[in-house]
Design a protein around this ligand. Structure first.
Ligand code: GRF
Length: 207
């Protein structure tokens, strides 16, 4: 039987380098999935260009067109259900998602964050890491919940902080690891064989 190709949605707001990494991972076979839809809440998101150039279906859905967070969430859910997506991957999507969204996709929303959560949630994680003086920071892929950067953790990877780092140099080093880890984490979630115990995502041993 042919291996199924799970439909993903990618939600972006900007540069889209993680989107690009996921596109590349699919094209070179590291990630067995297909991108059913790319949604941006910003019309000027650079990531839309890469998506269009790759021939992916894109939609711009500005949050400003909706009176409340709930209305926006429901519009997103309707669009994602239309595409029957299995997993929603947030890739630099700069909008908090409310219960209306999260309840529609239980344990089917992933987010990537540029720190070892629960350290340094929210904006400017590399700057927070430098300001705090940590020697190691990293990358976290976690399930999306209405609470910011707080859902069960799927995968993490460490990134060293160098003494001469600036916010930009550290963010760039973290980003290289993001691009490796996100496709891998998506594949692990798609492969199944995991369960949630409390806050923990527990993977069964691979056979
Ligand atoms: C990444 O650092 C990601 O961890 C964070 O937002 C940034 C998005 O970058 N959530 P890009 O748009 O994927 O290049």
């Amino acid at each position: 039987m042919e291996k199924r190709s799970d439909p993903l949605a990618l939600l972006i707001s900007g540069r889209g380098s993680n989107l690009s990494a996921i596109i590349d991972a699919i094209s070179d076979g590291r990630l067995r999935a297909r991108i059913a839809i790319v949604i941006s809440n910003r019309p000027d998101a650079a990531g839309l260009e890469r998506a269009r150039a790759t021939g992916l279906e894109t939609r711009v859905m500005p949050h400003t067109a909706h009176a409340t967070r709930d209305d926006y969430d429901r519009a997103l859910v309707a669009e994602l259900e239309r595409h029957r997506v299995r997993l929603v991957c947030l890739a630099g999507f700069m909008r908090r998602l409310g219960p209306a969204f999260c309840d529609a996709f239980p344990h089917a929303i992933l987010n990537i964050h540029p720190s070892l959560l629960p350290a340094f949630p929210g904006m400017h994680a590399p700057r927070q890491a430098l300001d705090h003086g940590v020697k190691v920071t990293g990358v976290t892929v976690h399930f999306g919940t209405p609470e910011l950067d707080a859902g069960p953790i799927v995968m993490q990877a460490a990134v060293p902080v160098h003494d001469d780092d600036t916010e930009d140099s550290l963010a760039a080093r973290i980003l290289v690891t993001e691009h490796r880890v996100y496709p891998e984490a998506i594949q692990r979630v798609l492969d199944g064989g995991w369960r949630i115990e409390g806050r923990r995502v527990v993977f069964s041993p691979r056979v």
